[in-house]
Design a protein around this ligand. Structure first.
Ligand SMILES: [Zn+2]
Ligand SMILES: [Zn+2]
Length: 119
């Protein structure tokens, strides 16, 4: 345990929701700021990677943004102050959780779109 904590990198953190240890340096991102398992984040940055925000409240993943390059980004909303942020998807983020997030607006569409398909 003491060996592990000595090698603990500065940006490592424990997921605020599922309590998994999350290493900061991972494939596809320099500023890992969300959990690859549940995609929750924490409001610690004013600017990406600066860790200077005093809020420290959990940030809930609320949606997916598709960037011009075709790259996906996760939209997070802070449970404490309602700040919205978009964050790059990391290479090891759970694909099914990303997909569930992307499909969420379809599942809760505010109009009965399947009426067009009924016979
Ligand atoms: Zn998590
Ligand atoms: Zn906040």
């Amino acid at each position: 345990m003491s060996n592990r904590s000595r090698r603990h990198e500065a940006g490592d953190f424990t997921c605020i929701r599922c309590k998994q240890p999350v290493p900061s340096g991972s494939y596809g991102t320099k500023h890992r700021n969300h959990c690859p398992l549940c995609l929750w984040s924490r409001h610690v940055d004013d600017q990406t990677g600066d860790r200077r925000c005093a809020c420290r409240q959990p940030m809930r993943p609320v949606g997916i943004e598709v960037r011009q390059s075709g790259e996906w980004a996760i939209i997070h909303r802070c449970c404490g102050c309602d700040t919205m942020r978009t964050n790059r998807v990391a290479g090891d983020d759970a694909e099914l959780v990303l997909l569930a997030l992307a499909l969420r607006p379809v599942q809760s569409a505010p109009f009965p779109f399947d009426a067009y398909l009924r016979e």
